[in-house]
Design a protein around this ligand. Sequence first.
Ligand code: ZN
Length: 203
Amino acid sequence: MSFSQLNDIILKLTDETTVKVLNVLLKHKEIIDEEMVNIINREIEQSLEGFSEDPEQIPRIALKEVRKSLYKLNERSLARYRRVRDKETGYFVYYWSPILERIIDLIINRRKRSLKKLHQRLDYEQRNLLYVCEEGHTPVTFSDAFELGFICTTCGKELSQKDNTITIQFLERKIKELDKELKTGLEELDELVEQMESAIQKK
Ligand SMILES: [Zn+2]
């Protein structure tokens, strides 16, 4: 299972450790922080197998770092915890889980924002035809070109309408792609929501 898009978004918002932590949460659904540390360190060891001769040299993750990432996710309402007192030790144990609805919202909102930006850009391209000389010196708007008598201030050559058909076609294609994406690619997360809901009902 991979959440490449989600990973990109989380990486922009936080850091690599938090991406790892979120992936472990998504995989295990509910887990205590100490166990997360073991899992991540096992993954690091496996990925370095054969490369490092001295096991002491392997950079391990500390519980403190994992907790910091969990708090970051909690601050953004992407993860929550359940506190249970250990009957034997008397200490609290924190069971962490991802908040899937919020994670899905996050992805959808990002996609919507990108789509909005593309629409704005397309609108701009369609409304503002630019004028430029054959050398490609600074393109200007129609009113500026008119004031300049359709003569380039740099080289004195004639200014003519710049063809932005390719840009417009590119933007339209991108919008179509993103529009389709907006409704797909979340199946894995949807599946997880269902799994977690049925797990909660069983409790
Ligand atoms: Zn010019």
